[in-house]
Design a protein around this ligand. Structure first.
Ligand code: B3K
Ligand code: ZN
Length: 856
């Protein structure tokens, strides 16, 4: 493997030079795009050090200092840098480079795909466009002139406001944009193409009218409406919640089909994966609608948390991402059921972030060491980062938290700052000591709380003891005690009101004593998941049943059910013949019969996923875990067959609506279908739902259960679905995914065949994730097949993706590097594939970093 060296947070130094303005002229061409970059550069302090600019994958054409060309005696060029020496205090630097957008399959920097030129600069893509100080603490004012063919590229877009446009010879035209807000280069964007345009306006509280423009592929205008409505909701919410108004005259969003991630918050010009923009009633599921709204909100919220105040260096990524995820989660909770939204967030943390903490890439939300920055857009930085912000919100309360946000912007608007600066603003505004709390930023791993209690009926006192425990993480970091906020309620069956509130666990072991507790209470802990930790308290089934009904915190009611299921799944892993108690079914019968909203009921009926369970069991045999979950599910299905069928039928309606209640009804109906699909008569039921469906949620649910249970109708419904939706890229992604989930021993053959399907292309990240990713992440049975065919399949695809698109490869390797969760046999097989990967020629830095960590 090639050697790449990591960078360390501790080595941070302020840049030697500042760049105050950047004037770009970009003459677009498929293979020879010419970029002329005129910068005003100022030396920081007195020194004679060279100006070392970053640059990769391009050809240097010329370098001018104060309009005079310099030759290679004054500069040095390497694979990744351009160093210039003997520089005055201040000067104009003009650099011309040539790039090849069509050859750029990594989709970083400027690339062309599906007739659209598009850029992605975060984290370090700007250095593929021009030589620059590609680091977020170098902030400049940008002017961008784009030149391209007028017929093929009628829209030429960049950050800021449009200041000039005109025609040139040879059917060319140009548009010039100016962004008055200084920004780091990772927020630079350019798009050129032919689109349909959806226009609207938003008037801010202070009365400024902002133009809203959404660019979509031709013919897709109506599929952009939900995104536009979501954008306006987000703008209003940020004004109402945080007094944050939009600042430019125009806000543009472009949807593209080839994109490495969800979306990108470029100043004034967001670029989105079309998956998070396009949605209509027939082709998008309820989850799709939810996600479009959430991602639109997330990128919009970045305008303040990320763009107006940005990161000093990439180690601080959670400064903007954790905070912005928290903000989008709060927004979604306000737009929908807050409990169900919270449950969805928590499931991701428990199933995926906990696994990251337990795997070879364990890192704190502010990593200390990075080899490839793109590898650190992780569940830890985003989701755990958001949990850390949420804990501050819980500890300080909403008012003090908002005062902290206000102080943060007062102090740092227009700056590139650190996570310490954020916490300082929170601490100062609320006059709260957060020094111990700050350890959450530097400590990796999932804390575990070991809880015990004691009740004294003679004195009516109750003692609760909580111990913090820290499993060793892969980075071998020494752990300190954290400040952990624990929401609690003491549930008693007397008539006294329950005691409850917030405990602050700060020491290794701490005991709290409660007086006037008239009967032995049952503790309900971590209400609303008040901290991203594991909880260990010996609840028996009866306790969990009580919590499911009596906990005042809805999240805790749901969580008690999850604990009940998890306990039986663990037992079934070791003993599949275990006699399951009828009590499990009766608890769920109560859930079905009660008055709660159907979206919440649906969540209560869903069993913990394979990933959540794998994160909770040591060295599990994946096959045994899949079977344990299936046995429990089958048992519940049989016991509650009548109730599931009744509920299912009562929720089948011919009208389609999209309000919260209708969405909840569909969710519950499809959970019932999922159980019923394990029983006799499943095939007819599923076929019926598929045929009758008037929306994608129901149609997809039908083909999914057909795949998961390998029902007789599977091939037919898949063929019909593909015929109906061929050519619709986003729906065909779903079809590829369902193929990958097929619960059949020939699934590897099936998906290998699909690599040749006319609508499959490994170059398209959505497609690669839909087929290869879905198989590796979600077909737990066959990905982990003991003949290693699943691992082998992934190896082959990673070998290709390594050269085509390292970022996508690096995401998809995740299930292989997390081998430690599984038994020794599987570990060896997985490691075998990783070893093979290390032998590949020209292995990307992205994969090297992960392979190093996994095999070390
Ligand atoms: N900031 C971008 C992510 C960039 C990922 C770079 N590999 C999207 C977001 O978090 O909003
Ligand atoms: Zn973000």
């Amino acid at each position: 493997m090639t050697e790449f060296s990591p960078r360390y947070l501790k080595d941070y130094q302020v840049p030697d030079y500042k760049i105050s303005t950047v004037d770009l002229t970009i003459e677009l061409d498929d293979n020879k795009t010419i970029v002329t970059n005129v910068m005003n550069v100022i030396k920081s302090g007195e020194h004679q050090r060279a100006l070392v600019l970053d640059g990769e994958h391009m050809q240097l054409k010329s370098v001018l200092i104060n309009q005079t060309q310099i030759d290679s005696s004054q500069y040095q060029l390497s694979d990744s840098t351009l160093s210039i020496t003997n520089l005055p205090e201040q000067f104009t630097l003009t650099i011309t480079t040539e790039i090849n957008p069509v050859a750029n399959t990594a989709l970083e920097g400027l690339y062309k795909s599906a007739d659209v030129y598009c850029t992605q600069c975060e984290a370090e893509g700007f250095r593929r466009i021009t030589y620059f100080l590609d680091r977020p603490d170098v902030m400049a004012v940008y002017t961008t002139k784009i030149i391209a063919d007028k017929t093929s590229f009628p829209f030429l877009l960049a950050n800021g406001n449009k200041v000039e446009q005109g025609n040139l010879a040879n059917n060319l035209h140009y548009v010039t944009w100016h962004d008055p807000f200084p920004k780091p280069c990772y927020l630079f964007a350019l798009v050129a193409g032919n689109f349909d345009l959806l226009s609207d306006t938003f008037t801010t509280t202070s009365g400024r009218e902002v133009k809203l423009e959404l660019f979509v592929d031709k013919g897709n205008l109506s599929r952009g409406e939900h995104a536009m409505v979501s954008l306006k909701k987000s703008m209003l919410w940020d004004e109402q919640q945080f007094n944050l108004e939009y600042d430019l005259d125009i806000y543009m969003i472009v949807a593209v089909d080839f994109f490495n991630m969800g979306a990108m918050e470029n100043k004034g010009l967001n670029v989105f994966n079309s998956k998070f923009v396009l949605a209509d009633d027939l082709s998008a599921t309820d989850d799709d609608f939810f996600n479009v709204e959430a991602v639109i909100a997330h990128e919009y919220f970045h305008n303040w948390t990320g763009n107006r105040v940005t990161c000093r260096d990439w180690f601080q990524l959670s400064l903007k991402e954790g905070l912005t995820v928290f903000r989008d989660q709060q927004f979604s909770a306000d737009m929908h059921s807050s409990t169900v939204t919270r449950i969805k967030n928590v499931k991701i943390v428990r199933a995926q972030q906990f696994a990251e903490d337990a795997g070879p890439m364990a890192h704190p939300i502010r990593p200390e060491k990075v080899m490839e920055m793109n590898n650190f857009y992780t569940l830890t930085v985003y989701e755990k980062g958001s949990e850390v912000i949420r804990m501050m919100h819980t500890i300080l309360g909403d008012d003090a938290f908002k005062a902290g946000i206000e102080l943060y912007f007062d102090r740092h608007d227009g700056q590139a700052v650190t996570c310490d600066d954020f916490v300082a603003a929170m601490s100062d505004a609320s006059k709260t000591d957060l020094s111990q709390f700050k350890l959450w930023y530097s400590q990796s791993g999932t804390p575990e709380l070991i809880v015990s209690d004691d009740y004294n009926s003679a004195t009516n006192t109750y003692q609760l003891t909580i111990e913090q425990s820290y499993p060793q993480t892969h980075d071998k970091q020494e752990k300190q005690n954290l400040h952990i906020p624990i929401n609690f309620e003491l549930i008693t069956n007397d008539n006294e009101p329950n005691q409850g509130g917030l405990l602050h666990s700060k020491e290794k072991t701490q005991t709290w004593t409660f007086d006037n507790v008239c009967s032995k209470p049952l503790p309900a802990l971590l209400g609303n998941f008040s901290a991203p930790v594991k909880l260990n308290y010996h609840y028996n089934d009866q306790d969990l049943n009580t919590l499911m009904v009596d906990a005042s915190d809805e999240f805790n009611r749901w969580d008690a059910g999850q604990k009940l299921f998890a306990g039986y799944i663990k037992q079934l892993v070791n003993n599949p013949e275990l006699d399951l108690p009828l009590q499990i079914a009766s608890a769920l019968e109560q859930v079905l019969a009660c008055n709660a909203d159907n979206a919440f009921k649906a969540e209560q009926l869903i069993l913990p996923s394979f990933d959540e369970m794998a994160a909770a069991i040591v060295e599990v045999n994946p096959g045994s875990l899949v079977r344990a979950i299936t046995v429990l599910k089958g048992f519940i299905a049989e016991q509650l067959q009548v109730q599931f069928l009744q509920t299912y039928q009562s929720l089948c309606t011919s009208e389609f609506a999209k309000d919260g209640q209708a969405i909840g009804n569909r969710a519950l109906k499809n959970v019932c279908l999922d159980y019923l699909s394990l029983l006799d008569g499943a095939n007819a039921l599923v076929l019926n739902q598929f045929t009758d469906a008037n929306n994608m949620t129901d149609q997809l649910a039908a083909i999914k259960v057909a795949a998961l249970n390998d029902l007789a109708c599977f091939e037919d419904v898949m063929t019909e679905f593909a015929t109906q939706w061929q050519g619709n890229t986003l729906v065909m992604d779903k079809w590829f995914t369902i193929n990958a989930l097929h619960n059949n021993e020939n699934v590897v053959q099936r998906i290998t065949g699909l690599l040749e399907h006319p609508e499959f292309s490994i170059d398209n990240p959505n497609r690669a994730r839909a087929l290869i990713g879905a198989f590796a992440f979600y077909n737990s049975e066959y990905f982990h097949n003991k003949d290693a065919s699943g691992y082998e399949f992934l190896f082959e695809q990673l070998a290709k993706l390594n050269t085509i698109n390292p970022q996508v490869a690096s995401r998809l390797i995740t299930p292989l590097i997390q081998f430690k969760s599984f038994d020794n046999n599987h570990q060896q097989l997985m490691k075998g594939q990783l070893q093979k990967l290390t032998k590949l020629e020209s292995l990307s830095r992205d994969l090297i970093e992960k392979l190093d960590a996994a095999l070390k």
